[in-house]
Design a protein around this ligand. Structure first.
Ligand SMILES: [Zn+2]
Length: 144
């Protein structure tokens, strides 16, 4: 098993158990509050450990990203959402996981998702927006 290293203290992390299950924590807890997800069956670390600021951005990026394919505001499939992430951040399929993004990549992803939403809104949700295809524009009878 690979043992993650605390990005702040540069020491190996240790397994801990909470009511939410298994996770990794910095040896210097409570002086250092860095934690990291663990696979519940194997204990393997999930992704790359991050400091608090990165984890906050990851969590925000995850929330916005998941809404692309999940819930009322979804506009594409999960598969296409991950393709979108790969393209927006120039990542391979293996790299395209929010748990592996650094803070810069999280910010880029958030920006890309917001841009996409804005674009879609302008086009009334149509990916290929032409006058003939768009019922709303046809009804309005105006040029795009
Ligand atoms: Zn630490």
């Amino acid at each position: 098993m690979s043992t993650p290293v605390c990005p702040k203290c540069k020491v190996e992390m240790v397994h801990c158990l909470s009511k939410h299950g298994l996770f990794w924590a910095c040896r210097n807890f409570p002086r250092c509050d860095i934690t990291h997800g663990a696979h519940q069956d194997t204990g393997e670390p999930l992704g790359i450990p991050a400091d608090k600021a990165t984890r906050q951005q990851r969590s925000l990026a995850h929330k916005l990203f998941d809404r692309l394919w999940h819930g009322k505001q979804s506009i594409m499939s999960r598969h296409n959402s991950y393709l979108f992430m790969q393209k927006a951040l120039k990542l391979t399929e293996e790299q395209a996981h929010i748990g592996m993004l650094d803070i810069e990549q999280c910010l880029s992803l958030i920006k890309a998702v917001r841009m996409l939403r804005k674009e879609r809104k302008k086009n009334h949700g149509y990916k290929e927006h032409t006058k003939n295809k768009c019922r709303r524009h046809r009804k309005l009878g105006r040029e795009i």
